[in-house]
Design a protein around this ligand. Structure first.
Ligand SMILES: [Zn+2]
Length: 386
């Protein structure tokens, strides 16, 4: 007899809309069909609670003081557990620019965690990015996207490579986009100095994601629309947004939503090791980052002062989206779950609260603060209900 858990009396966000006084039934590791006569195991009535799908983060570098760039499975698990406690039940591990051999070694280690189901894959951010838009990435380790080098990283990930961020205007850029698309790896345009026209070429070659749109790329200018306009206008492209209040002004976020819609926006954290921690000094790949008032900046070297990822967690991104950005809850949920799940090719298992899918869910109180997280039927954070 498989254990059944019935969560009742909450506002449940389904793909079809919000069900007031709804219920979610969990059987073993999966969501099951509700049976109306069944007694609630956990009655959340009268609290104004929400039940939403577990969040999916397609761009995250670490958390809890740990970094995926260490290429150490134990350290990676610390980052994974930190984000799970904040509602992210599915995530990829993002690397930062490094030496190719070192990145290949990291990828091999992270591929094991992908195989055992703790990660949904690997996202390589760099080294094939623009020296003019490298942000927190080490300039001396950047290189052009030679297809053989791109291939080396994809192979090192042993089937776990899900995405690579590159600057398509660099030598070998378009060829590499095609290579990635042919291998089922998302080619993401980012850390780029690309023009509007060159970005259209990259999309034509198979690029389908904009890495943290607006950040680390030329601004939208009225006579030179640059990559932002190209990436926003094409229905084949999904745009990542970092909703931490530092990377984007709320008005800019609203603009992106108005143009692309929640089916083409994926909220990401781009979080580094300090996510879920207090202010202080943290490593990001080979560099040091100082976190002050929750904002992470490179501490020294040629890129000193650059914003170095975020300390965001997706529960905070959700709360900001519905309170500060005033997005409808259903749109915020899609941008945090269904859209990234579809991109990562895992929408058959996660991304929405439908029977047959993994029992990955987040419970939020009436103020949108996280009170519970369940992953594959197990409580990561069990709500305290009196
Ligand atoms: Zn990043």
């Amino acid at each position: 007899m498989v254990e059944r858990t019935v969560l009742a009396g909450a506002r449940v966000v389904l793909p079809t809309g919000v069900v007031e006084d709804g219920r979610v039934t969990v059987e073993g590791r999966r969501i099951a069909a509700n049976e109306s006569a069944e007694q609630a195991t956990l009655d959340l009535s009268g609290k104004g609670y929400w039940i939403v799908p577990g969040f999916v983060d397609m761009h995250v570098h670490g958390g809890g003081g740990a970094s995926f760039s260490a290429g150490d499975p134990e350290e990676a698990l610390t980052a994974i557990r930190t984000h799970r406690a904040h509602g992210t039940t599915t995530m990829v591990a993002s690397t930062v620019t490094g030496d190719l051999d070192d990145l290949a070694r990291q990828a091999a280690a992270l591929s094991e965690l992908t195989e055992q189901g703790d990660l949904a894959g690997i996202h390589f951010e760099g080294p094939f990015i623009s020296p003019h838009r490298c942000g927190a990435h080490q300039p001396e380790l950047l290189r052009d996207p030679h297809p053989a080098d791109v291939r080396k990283l994809v192979d090192a990930a042993r089937g776990a490579a899900r995405m690579m961020t590159l600057a398509p205007e660099l030598a070998g850029g378009l060829e590499s986009v095609r290579l990635l698309a042919d291998h089922g790896v998302i080619a993401a345009v980012g850390h780029t100095d690309s023009s509007y026209e060159a970005t259209l070429d990259a999309i034509e070659a198979g690029a389908t994601v904009a890495t943290h749109l607006f950040n680390a790329m030329p601004s939208l200018m009225h006579r030179a629309p640059g990559p932002i306009a190209a990436l926003l206008e094409d229905d084949r492209v999904t745009v990542e947004l970092i909703n931490d209040g530092t990377h984007l002004h709320p008005a800019v976020l609203e603009l992106a939503f108005a143009r692309a819609g929640a089916d083409r926006v994926a909220f990401i954290t781009d979080a580094m090791g300090a996510a879920g921690m207090s202010d202080g000094m943290y490593p990001l790949g080979p560099m040091s980052v100082e976190v002050k008032d929750g904002v992470a900046r490179i501490a020294d070297g040629p890129t000193a002062g650059s914003i170095a990822g975020s300390t965001l967690t997706l529960d905070t991104a959700f709360k900001r989206a519905v309170t500060i950005d005033e997005l409808p809850v259903g749109d915020a949920v899609r941008a945090l779950s269904a859209t990234p799940a579809r991109l990562l090719g895992v929408a058959d298992r996660v991304g929405s609260l439908e029977p047959g899918k993994d029992a990955d869910l987040v419970i939020l109180d009436a103020s949108y603060d996280l009170v519970g997280v369940m992953r594959k039927g197990d409580w990561v954070v069990k709500p305290e209900v009196r």
